[in-house]
Write a protein that binds this ligand. Structure first.
Ligand code: VNL
Length: 389
């Protein structure tokens, strides 16, 4: 009697325990770690909005599972990113880690992805070497070498032979500086000076004064998304354009999130990048319109498209692996994906897990009353040149 009672109790307990586990099995969790506050908050806001748009357009049930997005704010501090990733893996048992606004945050999480065999989709950070921080990393943003080389090919052919570089002093800036400079020299150009500004609270004034004294044909700039408007403002205030110095850079500086507020001084700035909100495809027009409608008219920037395509890669991998086989099956199904993105054609190289995509040359123009990055040339299917070194 006593024994039967115990068995019944044990049975009841195991059923109780099994229930949440069963429910858990039918949920697919994406831990989205982003800078939602602080200096890089625009990146978090753009990517979160894009991920939510993707889910609104494509539903939240994939392969019979309910997709749950868990957004965490790392304030762009890598120690916080690491702690949040740990909690998401251990406590929330997320199936995928995603987001990563800046390189140090992505680097901090690589070992956690490897140890827990959790695919990690890098939607923003863009230093070439990030994909080497874990075999579980897949990237849907871009790399700075990828974006910089095209501009160093364009510049000398267009009367810009002497260029001073000015970059944020960390991973992506150092990549941009090195690949832009090497390619300029290869093309017979000159880079008389390379300047680096701190990532946190940069003051561009003393650097711009130095550039003014050097009087190059152009100043090449890389600063992370969100910092471009400050560079543009100080560049114009110091009258750099008036003394004949052009501003060029990767598209981070004429970021679509800020460009329209930069004023007519931005007109004519040439940049190279993988995404413009003005990209003339049907898919992009729909993306921009629906993104704006869902977010009080906000214009998507290259961060948004990295988040949107990252969600595509995750959804497709879940579909193909049918939610079976855990992180390894999911990762395998992310590799080699090829699809049309609002940016244009896009490919996740199965060997490098990095993005292969078109890089466009664009010039800021006023179109339909708004400032836009208008594409005027394209280098097709660019692989990250950083991987060959
Ligand atoms: C990074 C690269 C961040 C490019 C960015 O904006 C950017 C990075 C926040 O790798 O840290 O535009």
């Amino acid at each position: 009697m006593k024994r039967r009672h115990l068995t019944a109790l044990a049975l009841a307990t195991s059923v109780l325990l099994a229930q949440p586990a069963l429910a858990q099995d039918n949920v697919f969790k994406i831990g989205l770690i982003l800078p939602m506050t602080g200096q890089q908050a625009t990146t978090g806001r753009q990517i979160e909005a894009a991920a939510k748009l993707w889910m609104a357009q494509n539903g939240d049930t994939v392969a019979g599972k309910k997709v749950q997005l868990i957004v965490k704010d790392d304030t762009s501090l890598p120690d916080v990113t690491r702690r949040l990733a740990q909690e998401l893996v251990v406590n929330d048992k997320v199936n995928v880690l995603a987001g990563f606004g800046i390189t140090p945050s992505a680097m901090a999480v690589g070992p956690i992805a490897t140890q827990s065999k959790t695919p990690m989709v890098v939607m923003a950070a863009a230093t070439s070497s990030i994909t080497e921080a874990s075999p579980y990393i897949v990237r849907t943003s871009f790399t700075l070498p990828q974006a910089s080389v095209a501009l160093a090919d364009w510049a000398p052919k267009n009367g810009i032979k002497r260029v001073v570089t000015l970059v944020s002093d960390y991973g992506p800036g150092i990549d941009a500086e090195r690949f832009f400079k090497d390619r300029m020299l290869f093309n017979g150009g000159q880079v008389p000076e390379s300047l680096r500004v701190p990532l946190r609270n940069p003051d561009f004034a003393p650097f711009l004064q130095k550039v003014r004294d050097l009087k190059p044909d152009a100043l090449f700039v890389f600063v992370p998304s969100g910092a471009g408007a400050a560079v543009m403002k100080q560049f114009l205030e110091r009258g750099m354009d008036k003394v004949g110095i052009k501003l060029i850079g990767t598209g981070d500086v004429t970021d679509d999130d800020q460009l329209n507020d930069m004023g007519d001084g931005a007109i004519g700035v040439v940049t190279s990048h993988h995404y413009s909100a003005y990209h003339p495809s049907a898919m992009n027009k729909k993306f921009v319109a629906e993104f704006g409608k869902a977010n009080k008219g906000m214009r998507p920037n290259f961060m948004a498209v990295g988040g949107y395509d990252g969600m595509r890669v995750i959804y497709e991998a879940l579909k193909v692996s049918k939610g079976q086989g855990g992180g390894d099956a999911l990762l395998a199904a992310m590799k080699g994906q090829i699809f049309e993105s609002p940016r244009g054609p896009m490919f996740i190289d199965a060997q490098t897990r990095d993005v292969v995509q078109n890089i466009y040359l664009r010039r800021v123009e006023r179109k339909e009353g708004q400032l836009h990055n208008v594409e005027f040339d394209v280098v097709k299917d660019v692989k990250d040149p950083g991987k060959a070194r």
